[in-house]
Design a protein around this ligand. Sequence first.
Ligand code: ZN
Length: 144
Amino acid sequence: MDLQTLYRTVIMDNYKNPKNKGLLKTDKYHFVHLNNPSCGDDMNVEINIQDGVVSEIHHDGKGCSICCSSASVMSDVLKGKTVDEAHELINDFYEMVKGNEPKNEEALGEAIAYMGVRDFPARIKCATLSWKAVEQAINEVTNK
Ligand code: ZN
């Protein structure tokens, strides 16, 4: 499958059938809200960290298909990773959408499809919004 097809397929699949969507908003979770005014994307993320592992990630938001699908993929890729692994993957994702080669293509899984965003710089903020929200959530929990 070429990158363009993969890009479209992953976005459509995760937009129609998002994974880990819906917030529980209990005390167990740490909540972060971010938005991207340039596109109108609005993203909420909540996480639970147990013994240094990001054990649960939920997202809910509205916005374009790139932003919403990326939140689904992000939650699937980062769930179950250690805090260190999650930081590495988040940074790898940021580098990849800017056009750099990802360090760990296999661990990025479906997120690799967003490599296509490098050809549409205006959409980088859409693709990274949920990743920035989860990064902030992890930092706020681990710096406590
Ligand atoms: Zn967007």
